[in-house]
Design a protein around this ligand. Structure first.
Ligand code: 9UX
Length: 72
């Protein structure tokens, strides 16, 4: 089983932010990064290993504000 999370992310402004968010998401166990753009990201997760809250927390820790926009 795998979840697809679409995140909306406040505070991103440039490709450096894209890189920072990509690195932060990649470092979370159970997360596979599909795409990151300025202002949003799409990841797939193993829900047995990681919760949506843990995913948004990883982004918030580096200074952005992430919300789950869709969880399918
Ligand atoms: Mo760009 Mo983002 O200069 O955290 S890296 S605004």
């Amino acid at each position: 089983m795998e979840d697809t999370l679409k995140l909306s992310i406040e505070g991103m402004h440039c490709e450096g932010c894209v890189r920072r968010v990509t690195n932060a998401l990649t470092a979370v166990e159970g997360v596979h990064v599909e795409s990151v753009q300025v202002g949003s990201a799409t990841v797939t997760t193993d829900p047995a290993r990681v919760t949506p809250e843990q995913v948004t927390a990883a982004v918030d820790r580096i200074g952005f504000t992430a919300h789950v926009a869709a969880n399918n």
